[in-house]
Ligand binder design. Sequence first.
Ligand SMILES: Nc1ncnc2c1ncn2[C@@H]1O[C@H](COP(=O)(O)OP(=O)(O)OP(=O)(O)O)[C@@H](O)[C@H]1O
Ligand SMILES: [Mg+2]
Length: 230
Amino acid sequence: MLILQAENVIKQYRQYDEVIYAVNRASLKVEDGEFIAIMGSSGSGKSTFLHVMAGLIRPDYGHVKIRGNDITEMSQDELNRFRGQFIGMVFQKHNLIPQLTALENIMIPTVMCNKEEFHFEEHLKKLITTLKIADRLNHLPSELSGGQQQRVAIARAMINRPQVLFADEPTGNLDRANADEVLDLLLKTREVIGQTIVMVTHDMSIAEKADKIYLMDNGGLELFKDNKAI
Ligand SMILES: Nc1ncnc2c1ncn2[C@@H]1O[C@H](COP(=O)(O)OP(=O)(O)OP(=O)(O)O)[C@@H](O)[C@H]1O
Ligand SMILES: [Mg+2]
C-alpha cells in the first residue's frame, strides 16, 4: 500500500530579484513500512522537500498525499491535527525547546494528538528504554550530550506512534559510533512501531541500510539505488 505520494512538488524562494527553485518538480512514492534514504549535496533541496512532505511548508505547486489524504489541500487546523496523528519529524538541528526538560520536550506532540485509548505512558517507557534516555528525563537540553539531545528529538518524533517518520540528518552531528548507535535505535524503534521512515542523510553506510536510496540534485529527485532489488 502506498503511504506517501509526493507529485511534482515545487517550492521556490524569492531572494531580492532572484528566484531559487529549492524543490523543482520532485516526486516520490513510498510504500507502507519502507525505509527511504535521500542523499544529495548541500543546498540541493533535501530539507525543503522533507518539510513540504511533512506538512511544515506549503508547496507552490504539486501535491503530497499521506494515506491517500492530500495534505496540501488541508486547512491549517486540519493539517495540524493530521500531523499530530500520523507524522513525526526529526529536524536537522534538533530544535529542542531549551526551557523544557527532556520529558516535556518528548511529550509536546501529544498535545496535538487525540488518539483514543492510546496509552502514551507505556509507549514512552518503551521509547526511552530503547533510546537509553530513561535516566535523563528531567535534564534540560543544555545538560545533555549531543547524542542524547538527538535521541530525545527522536523520542519526541515517535511519541505519537506516527505512521510516517521524517528525519533530516538525525545522525548529522554525531561521531561514527554514536551515529551507528542512533540509527540502530531508530531501526529498532521502527520495528516496535512498524512505521515508514524517510531520512535525509550524508552518510553512505546509513543509506545502505535503507530499502531505496534517492538522490536530490538541484531540486529534482531521482532513484539512485534500490537495495531490495536482486
Ligand atoms: N527560508 C529560505 N529562504 C530562502 N532560501 C532558502 C530558504 N530555505 C532554503 N533556501 C534555499 O533553498 C535551497 C535548498 O535548501 P535546503 O535547506 O532544502 O537544502 P539541503 O539540501 O537541505 O542542504 P543541506 O545539506 O546543507 O542541509 C538552498 O539554495 C537554500 O539556500
Ligand atoms: Mg538540509
